[in-house]
Design a protein around this ligand. Structure first.
Ligand code: ADP
Length: 432
């Protein structure tokens, strides 16, 4: 403000001096014209120096501003200060970008940025090795054109990114990659890809091992159980002190058989890919079948078991698997509910699919156990579970089956009040 006032003062002084001089020489207009032309000429000269200075590439070099005083001097200084601040800020950002690029280049994991049109924006060095993507040819290419596996296209478009996807590396057999996508910004996607070949191999070795061991144990256990049953049927021919041990051996061999059976079911679900062909499953009919097969346990414990399922809900999936999952939930409800309980198997259609639930008014589960229920051999109360003939594998089987039907197990429970075990089957699997 001060410089502006000074400039105005200077201009008025020049005018006053020109006026006085014009009066003295008797040529007011001529002298005034000369003074104004001189003032404008000076300003034009400063403007020229300014444009010449600004035209130099200030981003590259620190060019000093032209020497000047008054208003022009302060304009040059202000522009110089702004340029300096901008240079510092851009150096800082460049430094951060360089560091981000260096660290992402050092990562063994592929990092890919995908814009909202689904095309590649940026990727790190590991991406070129893992996915065979090349710079600059593949820039702005659609990611689903570069990774041509239909399972990837499905994963990419369905946007259920809480899960990861494992598939073979494009063009390299025997290499397994795991994909994880996260949404950010305006529907942009950050895709992380890592090589999990070793892990995948170890997992399949473990699965094969469990499958083989269970298979090998099957025959000896059946033989032992067979003999023990024959012995138990002829208990009278044994000394009475053997009665209890024989009964215990018989019930434990039954338990072993159950465990081996469940382990085989689990390993077959884990190793076999979900079949592409889907069966049409009448949910109401399936529920009635479960009711029929659980009649004995319900009657034994005098439970009131009801089914509440609207007619004609047809699901697409594997019937035997869904039967196994739902009957596991119903049998658990019967096992963990004291005699005379209420158990309900219900289903309801909504706009996004079908909700299926099994509710009981039994023992309930403390909340800290709930996240671990689907772990193999996890039991809330090991002694009670063993007593009820449980193997600790039932809910692990349920979880796998539901995952193969694009769903997951949801558990709500209150200790001493009861539990609700349910799942939501998405719309794509419901036939209209
Ligand atoms: P198990 O063969 O022992 O029943 P599951 O995997 O089926 O194994 O269940 C795991 C544990 O979850 C059980 O040991 C039991 O403690 C608990 N559980 C399952 N269903 C219920 C239920 N409806 N009410 C109370 N607890 C349950």
């Amino acid at each position: 403000m001060n410089t502006w006032r000074n400039e105005l003062r200077r201009f008025l002084l020049i005018l006053a001096a020109a006026l006085v001089f014009g009066l003295l020489v008797g040529e007011i207009s001529f002298v005034l014209l000369i003074a104004l032309a001189g003032y404008s000429g000076y300003n034009l000269l400063q403007l020229r120096r300014l444009t010449q200075w600004v035209a130099k590439d200030s981003h590259k070099s620190d060019t000093q501003p032209p020497e000047s005083t008054g208003t022009w001097g302060s304009i040059f200084d202000s522009i110089y200060r702004l340029q300096k601040q901008e240079r510092l800020a851009s150096d800082y950002l460049k430094n951060i970008l360089d560091k981000a690029q260096e660290s992402s280049a050092a990562l063994e994991m592929a990092v890919v940025m995908i814009n909202k049109q689904g095309t590649l924006d940026w990727w790190n060095r590991a991406t070129e090795d893992l996915l065979g993507i090349r710079y600059p040819n593949d820039r702005n290419q659609a990611v689903t054109n570069l990774i041509r596996d239909p399972r990837f296209a499905d994963y990419f478009h369905k946007e259920k990114y809480s899960q990861t996807l494992r598939i073979e590396a494009p063009g390299v057999s025997g290499r397994t990659l795991e994909f994880q996508i996260t949404l950010f910004g305006e529907h942009e996607k950050l895709m992380l890809v890592r090589d999990v070949t070793q892990l995948h191999r170890l997992e399949s070795m473990r699965r094969d091992f469990v499958g083989n061991v269970s298979h090998e144990l099957g025959t000896p256990i059946t033989v032992i159980k067979g003999y023990l049953e024959t012995i138990a049927d002829n208990l009278d021919s044994f000394d009475s002190r053997w009665h209890k041990p024989i009964e215990q051996m018989r019930s434990q061999s039954q338990r072993m058989e159950n465990i081996v059976r469940d382990l085989l079911v689990l390993s077959s679900i884990e190793t076999r890919a979900a079949p592409r062909a889907q069966e049409k499953i009448d949910l109401g009919e399936l529920a009635q079948e479960i009711k029929g097969h659980t009649q004995e346990i319900m009657a034994e414990k005098q439970h009131n078991f009801s089914i509440n399922c609207p007619n004609e809900i047809i699901l697409l999936g594997q019937r035997s698997e869904l039967y196994s999952a739902l009957s596991n939930l119903v049998i658990n409800a019967a096992k963990y509910t004291p005699a005379g309980g209420m158990i309900e198997l219900r289903a309801a259609l909504d706009s996004t699919g079908v909700k299926i639930e099994v509710e009981d008014n039994g023992l309930g589960i403390e909340s800290h156990h709930i996240p671990r229920l689907t772990e193999r051999f996890y039991r809330v109360d090991p002694s009670r579970s063993a007593e009820s003939g449980g193997t600790g594998l039932g809910l692990a089987i349920v979880k796998h089956i539901l995952a193969r039907h694009d769903s997951e197990l949801e558990v709500k429970s209150t200790p001493r009040k009861g539990s609700v075990f349910g799942c939501h089957i998405p719309r794509e699997r419901v036939l209209d």
